[in-house]
Design a protein around this ligand. Sequence first.
Ligand SMILES: *[C@@H]1O[C@H](CO)[C@@H](O)[C@H](O)[C@H]1NC(C)=O
Length: 601
Amino acid sequence: MTEEEKSIQEELTLLVLLADRLIKSAKEAESSKSDCADLAKQADLLSLKLRSAVRLTTTTTTTTTTTAQSSLYERPVRRVAADVSKTLERALTLVRKCKRSGVLRQVFAITTSTDFRKVSSLLESSIADVSWLLSILDSAEGGGSLSLPPIASNDPILAMLWSSIASVQMGRLLRDRLDATNNLASLARDNDRNKKMIVEEGGVVPLLKLLKDGASPDAQMAASTALFYLVNDQDRVRSIARELAVPLIVKVLADSPIKVQVLVANLVAKMVEIDPEVQEEFGRQNATRPLVTLLSMDTVLDDPKLLQSSKTSIHSLVEINKELARNPFSHQSNSDGSSRGGHHKKDKDVEVELPELKLALKINCAKALWKLSRGSLLNSRKITETKGLLCLAKIIDKERGELRSNCLMTVMELVAVAESNSDLRRAAFKPNSPAAKAVLEQLLIVVNEETSPGLLIPAIKSVGSLARTFPAKESRIIGPLVTQLGHRNADVATEATIALSKFVSPDNFNCVEHSKAIIDFNGVPRLMNLLRANGRDQVHELVLLCYLALNVGNSKALEQARVLNVLEGAARSVVAQHPDLRELFVKAVNHLSLLGWSSYP
Ligand SMILES: *[C@@H]1O[C@H](CO)[C@@H](O)[C@H](O)[C@H]1NC(C)=O
């Protein structure tokens, strides 16, 4: 509440006073006496209902301090109150005119009969609006309201939203809160206008409260579903985050029954995907921790072979086991003291942990980690600092389908970040670190054994991102990449080309050795095949040829393929489109010419 804003009770009490003043003025009227008497009757009824509203809002607000129930849902109360105030003012002005006496009285009476009808119908609407308010304020007792208040007669959705939000926020029966939440979820699913209105009308806070409450897993699931539908737009994601949603969601993620966690992990993935600020905020709130923990449940990570070779990983596994033993988030206190952690525990124990449910949870956790790591140094660091990498490698090894694919996408994003950050590269992807080894192992298996572009592309990209971490004698990588140059899917072949370029570009310390390996694995004829294929952008293949020409220009394979001709022939059109490549092409062509090659006619 802003400082200048009156409290709801003050506002409603002022309306009662205004209504009473109207009654008094109407009784003092000297003209249009019967019209005024009618207005007074309406004002009387209105005043009565307003008094009830004052009473109801007072009890609602005071009970909040003693029970865990949410406070009064003010939004419709304020809107109705503003409207009623205008009507009462207008009625008062009219009635006060009737106090005047004199010769103009007759003329006045004629012009005002329309006014009286108008004001009377406005008062009728106000009475109906306040009655409706009373019914939703009373929905705490299970009343609920299906009627349409006049104030929302042009927008029935608004009335539905108000009564649903009121019920989510103030409903005393869980059943009602659950129904109302499902209502909001289905309204939110329907269209963007509804989503926008739910946020504007203050639906987010009660949904978050219900999610956090843990009053029942079903209610948490409904709240999480409703929020999921809301977060399809950056502004909404941010306005939800402004309600301190991120730490709350991380806590629920860490400490809820599985069927709730499944939905919450999905919510995290979507929020993170849509907004980079929220992506970082989830990182700062350590969302990576419960995600990695949940992803790795049932996965044995303490492989003794792996542990022997690294002290840090023993250390971190010990830490992790400690963390698993106690509740990792139990130290966080609930700001409103409404924590019901005990209930969660009980639910969790009795929950039938269906394998499908666990699989769904892992799929969503992996998706959230994927979205969290994308382009984020902070999050990538947090994931690799825990057992994250090892866990990803194990799952890529053991699982199939969406879970495996999401983990692979996560690895792809992690190594992409490491590619542009040497600190992370050194910390997490040292060639002899067990986790990095395990990941590489899996990447090679995918590149060697899979045929589907959906798996090959992230694996090939990942190997490319790691190009700078490999020693000169790493012999297992170049061959499989060269093979993929021949994949019939053009995107796979292009990714293989790009990845190989990263091995042989001049900023790779081992570029000459890697170039030799490409030649030895018969890479040149495959590249020439790619270049002969029509209708694709060939710049990546040409760049790779330039690097090879510079690194191993005297190779027979390059000469046989007439690479000098190819480069000369393509140079003009490529450089026209990519001016930054001019220098590379000039250097490569000059280098080959100096080696005594000649262009063939
Ligand atoms: C996140 O984890 C770090 C390191 O464990 C800790 O220092 C920090 O306080 C945590 N942040 C939050 C918001 O819990």
